[in-house]
Design a protein around this ligand. Sequence first.
Ligand code: CUA
Length: 277
Amino acid sequence: MLAQVPKLERRVLLAAIVVSVVHLLLIAYAALFLGISVPDCITDKAAFAEPAFITHGPKHYEVHLNARMWMYQPNYIKLPTGSRLDIFLSAKDVQHGLFIEKTNVNLMAVPGAIANATVTFRQPGRYQMICHEFCGIGHQDMQGTIEVVDGLAAAEVAGISKEAIRDANAGAKDELAAVVETAPSDPGKKLYETKGCAACHSLDGSKLVGPSFKGLYGSQVKLADGSTRQADDAYIKQKISDPMSMVVAGFSPGLMPKMQVSAEELNTLVDFIKAQK
Ligand code: CUA
C-alpha cells in the first residue's frame, strides 16, 4: 500500500511524523525537566478569588494573587531561593495581565476566571510583576515585586491582611509558622505602598490619577459640587473609607477602590499624609 504512494509524498509524510514526535518529546522535556506547566482549567473559582498566601512546606508556597486597578494584592513577596510558587490569579474589576520578569509566567487576569501557573525561582534576584494588559489610566504603574533571597528561612509577604497569610501545616512544624508580614520601617509609608495609594497619589506634587499628597493636609480642597473643604483628619478618613463621597474638582469619581483598612491603619495613613508638607 505504502509502495503506491509517490516517493515525494512518502518523504513529506515521514517529515510530518518526525516533526510531530520531536514536538511531543520537547513538550515532555519542558514539562518533566524544565518544570514548565500549561495553565489549568479551574472550575471552583471561589476558593481563589480573594488574596491569600499559603505556606505548604519549606520552599513551597501558594499565592492567590488579586489584580485590580492598579495594584496586585499581595504586591510584595520575598521567597527563599529555590522556592516553588503556585500562582492563582484573579481580577477584581477589569481585565489585567501578569508577567513575571525572567520567568515564563505570562497570564491574563479576566474577571470571573482564575489563571494558574507554577514557577520555581532557582536564582536569587528581584522579579517584577508587571501588568501587561492596558487596564486604564493607572496601568503603567501597576506592578509588584517578588524578591528571591539566599538563606531566608520563610517567605515574607506584604500588601494583604494578616489573616490572608496562612500556613497549611499550622502547628505541625513550628519553623514554617514564621511567615510574616514584612516589618514596616515607616508604617505610614508601608501602608501608602502596600494599600496601593502610591499608584494614584504622588508625594512630589505631580498630578496622577488622584491628587498629590504633597501639601494636601490642611489645604482648602475644591470639590466638584463647587464647595470648598479643609483637608483635615475627618476629610481624609472619609475619603479613604468612602472614596465616592466629596469628589475633588478636576478628578474623575469612582476610580479609587474602597480600601480594607482598620481604624488603626486609618490613623497611620492620616499621620503619613499630614507629614507630606
Ligand atoms: Cu492592570 Cu494594566
